[in-house]
Design a protein around this ligand. Structure first.
Ligand SMILES: [Zn+2]
Length: 78
């Protein structure tokens, strides 16, 4: 085998490896972000909720009805 072709082969394999690795790591980051968003959503959904349907405002600590969506005291999103 000619040494030039061998060199090209090595470079080609290395590039393929980098492409595959890069694609995989990008996919990993995306999956991780999806998981983070799902976890964040889940933790928000379950936080401060009890059977009365009242939520505690995370800004001022006042209780507000869950259906209102906003704190009556400071207007922050619940
Ligand atoms: Zn508030």
């Amino acid at each position: 085998m000619d040494v030039v072709w061998f060199g090209l082969l090595v470079v080609g394999v290395a590039m393929l490896g980098m492409l595959a690795g890069g694609g995989r790591s990008r996919e990993d980051i995306r999956a991780h972000r999806r998981w983070d968003a799902a976890f964040e959503h889940e933790s928000r959904r379950t936080s401060h909720t009890d059977a009365t349907g009242m939520l505690l405002c995370r800004s001022c600590g006042a209780s507000a009805p869950e259906r209102a969506g906003r704190c009556p005291g400071c207007g922050a999103l619940l």
